[in-house]
Write a protein that binds this ligand. Sequence first.
Ligand code: ZN
Length: 489
Amino acid sequence: MVRSRVAIIGLDGMSWDVLMHYLEQLPCLRNIISRSFLGLLKCIPPLTPPSWTSILTGVKPQKHGILSFVKYKTCRENVHYRFYTSLDVKAPRLSEILAINGFFSLVINCPISYPLSGWYLERQIIVYDISSPKEFICPSVYERYLKYFKYIHALKARSNIEFLEQTCKLLELRTEGIEMLLEETNPDVLVLIVSETDTIMHRVPVIPAGKYVKSFLKILEVIDELLKIVAKKFDVIILVSDHGLRLFLKGLNISKVISDVESIKPVHLRKVLLSLLSTNMVTGLIHYALLTNIWTYKLAYKFRSFIRKFTGKRAVKRDRRIQRIRPDPIDAADAMILYFSSNQTMTTTTERLKYTLGKYIIEMQTIRNSDDLYAVYIVPQEGLYLNLDPLHSVNRWDILWFPSARHTIYGIFAWYEKGLIEKPTYIGVLNNTDVLPTILARLGLPIPSYTDGKVIALPTISKQVAGQVDYRLIRKLKMIRHKMLYRVQ
Ligand SMILES: [Zn+2]
């Protein structure tokens, strides 16, 4: 039997409403989508690192270990954090599972790919990702392609338009590099994630109209070109995103509820005081004055980038260490993670949140983060984003009417196979953990027993399970290594 060649194309933060808005002008994407099985990909939490890791491991964050961008740990009452690394990923990723089964894959910009780790690396080519602290391509014989792989953070644009133009150039360059790499290496499977879509949508509004729409279309046209190249080489193309992104008009400030929990009050007050005293008395006072009144808060929101430049950064840096409860530092998500130093505080707070704001919250998941730190994911109802501003809690305002571009839990899913169907077919809501088992089933490979996802019923997938491979061993080895490296119990 001839092996099918599969390409997984990730468009970070892409949602159907954004994509559909531009589809008419993108011939290759339109062709793919109009002949695909289409679904909504449910991603909880809708955060980039955990969601991509779920897509590529087939398990929930509780199992793969990546909860967010940074990992928190308490040590003698202080909270420390560091960025997640590939050594924190406790479940094998798609390219590793494929390598065990003799498939050869090319992986480009898969989040948390540094430091290079994994089994059967000789059957994978890994190009570093956007958050990697070091540029690399493994195996190093391909490092001559590095010059084609530059990411958006390397840019220093003076205006949004310039930023979009530079992004476009980088993507064109990358497309060139990818075409040559595909030509030279001929992989069975391609995993390619485009992060720029997310970065742009946070920075500039691209729907429904405005001066940036044209520049964004140009970027999508480059992605369309890239897909044309991919479509020539691969039989199956899967389009996925790790979450959606859209403009929210109102937010929910949960700090009032949290500050009502008795045991947190002292820390809370200390936080306010420390932020006042943090490094610079004057900036602390400005911060405080602006945030304690709803009108000045609105004003502060309007000039937030300006204010942040002078006040925000220093204050935040300082209080991260002393705070026991805090939201995730990335304010770009409508799902929030709260960290607690004790199980008791976590239970009290979540109960309190459920009681007061239950109707606004659709999902709360508690997670044991490490031995001495507890975490809970809170996902609000569609249309609301979450906000936690402790200083703001002196007001009784729970709903904030400040527009904000935020993540949503629904990403895109499109499964395309050459000549399979002639019109788009909607298959409903799927989970991000379903992607991996479905790909494995399509390639006729055994599905890991520990997976949280299920195989999506598609006509080209046979219901018969192929032989048995025990992936548990590799998962176990990963966990042992993780424990030894980070000395967790
Ligand atoms: Zn993302």
